[in-house]
Write a protein of this length. Sequence first.
Length: 117
Amino acid sequence: MLKEILGVTDDPPAKRRWFHDDFFDLFIWEAEGEVTLFQLCYGVDSSERALVWDRQRGFFHDGSAASRDVVARFEEVMGGVPADLRTAIREKLHEFAGRALDITSRRKKFRRAAWQR
């Protein structure tokens, strides 16, 4: 189950939150009570990928092709995320999983910011 990592520095005007388990890292930006951006990082070491949703730019995926199995696996562990955030993230993940379009892959390897390490 995902657990929240406390003490993450905010990114004004957004509040930034981080949830973690052995396979996933979920980074969420909230402003005015809404999720404005999230990064769902998954995989291990060289296979690490990230599915990103931004309110202004939509979806993109870093790494090789995204798998719908990842969404199902994430559903199993997201119980540690507060209900309001869980609902917002779940809606976006299911929107992504249900798309017939390929999501743009921008890089072969996702690079985390210094504060995400």
